[in-house]
Design a protein around this ligand. Structure first.
Ligand code: IPM
Ligand code: MN
Length: 351
């Protein structure tokens, strides 16, 4: 198979972790007789520096014409500490999600047998966790009306949802649940927010179309607690953009490191694959960041292209590296810490 992949390394540790995902994917291509052509394109702070905007049209063209997009990370401390910055790297990511129509962000949480004791949570609580947080990605407070008034002394961001936005996400959630544990939990704040009441109403109306799925409704504050108290209680969670952003960082603790969890963003023609972690600027250029979340994102990419064996081969080699302790410093725990590039080389060599 011929694959044309847009490669958006982005900022911070993005380029380093992306390099390892490319090595691994190329090794997979070689083993399974595929041909991957990678088309790099600029995004984030790197794009602002080069052309003045974080998601240039040229980058959009590359993405829109690719079979898939593999993405590293976005963000730079220079902008975080400057609230008055007019252009921000993160705007690039938001624009990309919107322009590519990526309304659903699939963020799985699972455990790795050899890492269970790396989690700060107790083994019996987390062992066997297998859940998906399906985060709405192109609406809500991230995209609602915002601004300042009263000479800048009042600021507002609005959480706006339209019924069709909730419905298309919820349908994906129902379909996913049908193929898994047949449980769907709608996570919202319907006791306070009108937008959440629209979520509930919309999901309730769909229930009868999916009689085999057991549906529950929970408030996001309670889920923030239950998610780490008893993660095995969840199968598929659907939730709004901001709630999903927060809950998925929290859920990554279950697996042992933020450097492990992959994601896919889907919606229209082309899908995007990215680690859930950010640009981790403190580690940029040091060759110490954990590349596994990005490597596992590449596995999700193969899976979605109906290349299940290829995806499994990546997951197997990742498990092997964890079991044999070929890990970066976040997981080394006093043992030998391998460099980002060494982990990538090892994975590619062992495929
Ligand atoms: C994520 C990130 C982004 C988000 C930022 C970088 C805009 O935190 O993908 O979770 O909030 O969506
Ligand atoms: Mn986030």
């Amino acid at each position: 198979m011929k694959l044309n992949i847009a490669l958006l390394a982005g900022d911070g540790i993005g380029p380093e972790v992306i390099d390892q995902a490319v090595k691994v994917s190329d090794a997979i291509a070689k083993k399974f007789n595929h041909e991957i052509s990678w088309t790099p394109a600029l995004t984030g702070a790197a794009a602002i520096d080069a052309v003045g905007e974080p998601y240039p049209d040229k980058t959009h063209d590359v993405c829109a014409n690719a079979d898939a997009v593999l993405f590293g990370a976005i963000g730079h401390p220079r902008f975080d500490n400057d609230p008055s910055a007019k252009v921000r790297p993160e705007q690039g990511l938001l624009k990309m999600r919107q322009k590519l129509g990526l309304f659903a962000n699939v963020r799985p949480t699972f455990t790795f047998p050899s890492l269970i004791d790396k989690s700060p949570l107790k083994r019996d609580r987390i062992e066997g966790t297998d859940l998906i947080i399906l985060r709405e990605l192109t609406g809500g407070v991230y995209f609602g009306e915002r601004g300042r008034k009263d000479n800048g002394d009042t600021a507002f961001d609005t959480m706006t949802y339209q019924r069709f936005e909730v419905e298309r996400l919820a349908r994906k959630g129902f379909e996913m649940a049908l193929k898994r544990g047949k449980k769907l939990c709608c996570v919202d704040k319907a006791n306070v927010l009108e937008a959440s009441r629209l979520w509930r109403e919309t999901v309730q109306a769909l229930e009868k179309e999916y009689p085999d799925v057991e549906v529950s409704y929970e408030f996001v504050d309670a889920v923030a607690m239950r998610l780490i108290q008893w993660p095995k209680g969840y199968d598929v969670i659907i939730t709004a953009n901001l709630f999903g952003d927060i809950l998925t960082d929290e859920a990554s603790v279950i697996s042992g490191s933020m450097g492990l969890m992959p994601s896919s963003s889907v919606g229209s023609e082309v899908s995007l694959y990215e680690p859930i972690h950010g640009s981790y600027p403190q580690a940029a250029g040091k060759d110490i960041a954990n590349p596994l979340a990005t490597v596992l994102s590449a596995a999700m990419m193969f899976e979605d292209m109906n290349l299940a064996e290829e995806a499994q081969a990546i997951r197997d080699v990742v498990n092997k590296s964890l079991a044999e302790g070929v890990v970066t410093e976040d997981l080394a725990d006093g043992g030998k810490a391998y460099k980002t590039s060494e982990v990538g080389d090892w994975l590619a060599a062992n495929i």
